[in-house]
Ligand binder design. Structure first.
Ligand code: NAD
Length: 480
């Protein structure tokens, strides 16, 4: 199927852009064709969003009116959940059982419902007399036209995490999905129109990095929100600095998974296996660095290796599949490069480390466990974005904290211990936006998700995300 661009509430042809083929990564087959939007297309989309913002068709609605449209969107998404799940699964290779109504979709729908409610939250800002003879008011106004750029790992969810808070705040949006995974974002645009979100409020331009660059450069865009790699975040921040745009960056991660000796080894291994292979490890919060207190090392290693060997890898619609392919051949070569360099540097690849024998088409990679890697080595320091786990030892609390913090990233971490005092001490010391104790990966709509250090700044999810799309104005009235 050939898709167009969604601009000003209609499907439109590109002015002068080319096209891009969209693949099913489990087979390598082309499943659709989309526009590779040019700078002229981006300009048309931003102009539509600019007009829609300044004529107030969305920004001047009451919060309850905006909220109602978002509630309708959630209901429509619920009604079409199966279609969205099938399309997402086909475009990303994710096992259908993890995207369907039993998994991702209810969370995505709940995210929209949360932002529908958050649209009406006044955050306690109020008027008052702070100088004699004057009344001051805080106005929380929408920032304006927002350029939003998403990655390929959770295309629909990332689109919702971007447009939900921006629309709740009253902004208008031009969103560019990742080049390979735009299909559910395009479906979402049409659903927004059906929900009564006016034309021009949400615009979708498909395309690659240059399309994104044109969006970041556009003078009418007041804020850019990216979920993507740290390298892209740095580039966008540099470009945005030219016109001093506000930036909101959800970037890479390299989550530590810190295991003390007082744990239930089977449970720890099951969660480490699940959270390092979920979405084929293409998750910014995936468990990637397991650190085990020395006395439990061999038990935890053995249980995790057994767990990783038991993961059922396969095509998205096959029965019981737990892990699909990587998103592309480029990504598979990248993952393989990390594993080969680790091996060459003296680390042991205990299981995995290649393509599963029975899956010769598509971009599959076996769940992989690496031991004996140096803390300073690339495989421990860099985000791999594949089903690759390193397992190392530590000796005592302070070494656990030191190793946990010793990367450039700071998105998410977990600590495993029955000693609640120790868990709380470590949670305070870890420099990560989320710290889980005795679990790894769960998120809720109410709780903020975002990084420290080179994992970026700004929050997705939670009321904080909505506030990130607002700007405070002080109005002072002489009353005497
Ligand atoms: P990427 O950085 O390659 O691309 C992300 C998006 O940015 C794509 O849409 C891409 O076209 C666009 N882009 C690239 N260069 C650009 C430029 N110069 N100007 C404007 N846009 C540009 O990331 P990816 O490979 O698609 O996704 C994986 C990355 O996303 C990982 O690093 C992962 O950790 C991160 N991620 C972070 C979170 C989080 O919440 N922190 C969530 C999911 C993914």
């Amino acid at each position: 199927m050939k898709h167009k661009l969604w601009i000003n509430g209609a499907w439109v042809d590109s002015r002068d852009g080319g096209t891009m083929a969209i693949e099913n990564p489990a087979t390598g087959e082309t499943i659709a064709e989309v526009v590779n939007a040019s700078a002229a297309d981006v300009d048309a989309a931003v102009n539509a969003a600019h007009t829609a913002f300044y004529d107030g068709r969305w920004s001047r609605l009451t919060p309850s009116e905006r909220s109602l449209a978002l509630w309708r969107l959630a209901d429509l998404l619920q009604a079409r959940a199966e279609d969205f799940a099938r399309a997402e699964s086909e475009n990303t290779g994710k096992p259908y059982q993890f995207v369907s109504l039993g998994a991702d979709m209810p969370f995505a729908i709940d995210n929209v419902r949360f932002f529908a409610s958050a649209a009406r939250d006044t955050h306690g800002y109020s008027a008052g007399e702070y100088a004699k003879g004057f009344t001051s008011m805080y106005r929380r106004e929408p920032v304006g036209v927002v350029g939003q750029i998403t990655p390929w790992n959770y295309p629909l969810m990332m689109a919702i995490w971007k447009i939900g808070p921006a629309l709740a705040a009253g902004c208008t949006v031009v969103l560019k999905p990742a080049p390979g995974t735009p299909l559910t974002t395009l479906m979402l645009a049409e659903l927004c129109a059906e929900a009564g979100i006016p034309a021009g409020v949400l615009n979708i331009v498909t395309g690659g990095n240059e399309t994104g660059q044109a969006l970041v450069e556009h003078p009418f865009v007041r804020m850019v929100s990216l979920t993507g790699s740290t390298g892209t975040g740095k580039k966008i921040m540099r470009t945005a600095s030219e016109s001093l745009k506000r930036v909101h960056l959800e970037l890479g991660g390299k989550a530590p998974f810190i295991v003390f000796d007082d744990v239930d080894v089977e449970n720890v291994a099951a969660v480490a296996t699940l959270t390092s292979t979920f979405n084929t490890g293409q998750d910014c919060t995936a468990a990637t660095r397991v650190y085990v207190e020395k006395s439990q090392y061999s038990n935890v290693l053995e249980a995790i290796v057994e767990g990783m060997r038991g993961v059922k890898v396969g095509r998205q619609f096959d029965d019981g599949v737990q892990m699909g392919p990587l998103i592309s051949n480029t990504q598979r070569e990248r993952v393989q490069g990390f594993v080969e360099r680790a091996r060459a540097a003296g680390a042991q690849v205990v299981t995995g480390g290649g393509v599963p024998a029975d899956l010769d088409s598509g971009y599959f990679y076996a769940p992989t466990v690496i031991t004996d890697a140096d803390q300073k080595s690339e495989v421990i320091q860099s985000e791999i974005f594949g089903p690759v786990l390193t397992i190392s030892t530590f000796d005592g609390e302070s070494e656990a904290i030191q190793y946990g913090n010793d990367v450039l990233y700071g998105l998410a971490a977990s600590v495993w211990t029955k000693d609640i005092g120790r868990a709380m001490r470590i949670a305070r010391e870890l420099e990560f936006g989320t710290v889980w104790i005795n679990d790894h990966i769960p998120l809720t709509s109410e709780t903020p998700h975002g990084g420290f250090k080179q994992s970026g700044f700004g929050k997705d999810l939670s009321a904080e995300a909505v506030n990130d799309y607002r700007i405070t104005k002080h109005v002072m009235v002489k009353n005497g």
